[in-house]
Design a protein around this ligand. Sequence first.
Ligand code: ADP
Length: 164
Amino acid sequence: MATAIYPGSFDPITNGHIDIVRRAHKLFSKLYIAIVANPNKNSLFTADERVEITMAALAEEGIHGLEVISYHGLLIDCAKLHGADAIVRGLRANSDFEYEFQMALTNRDLASEFESVFFMTAKRYSFLSSSVVKEVCMYGGDISNFVPRSVEEALKSKFLHTNR
Ligand code: ADP
């Protein structure tokens, strides 16, 4: 059975990501969630915080048996290191498609041994993104339908301690 890696910012993980994780977990015997620690991206949470938040969210949702890691640099190097066969990504709108198409073709040029596998979003999560969740939370809106409780708490505490 194949091993897959699901890379992303996960800043923070949302119910949309979790839906993809559940579905990918059924197809692949081993699944890694790989959190990119890219210093060029202006993320709200540090890579270590995102790993911690993601692990807590998965435990809260009763999802076990997968690994959460963080990586620097090229995704394909991380995929090689962990013996992955496939790269999992989620697709929402047209705008996702263009970016994902470009990344999948680039990754195939760099390393043809990895297959990119795309999961279509669930209808109810099709407009859900980490950015929307952060914005709604920052202005005091209700995000309980968008993220697990532990993620909501991490966000509230972060906004309490920053000037964002
Ligand atoms: P990145 O910065 O690499 O796009 P994200 O954490 O925003 O990282 O997303 C990681 C992956 O999860 C991407 O493939 C993205 O399209 C997918 N994704 C994010 N939110 C959803 C959602 N609500 N439904 C389906 N896929 C999603």
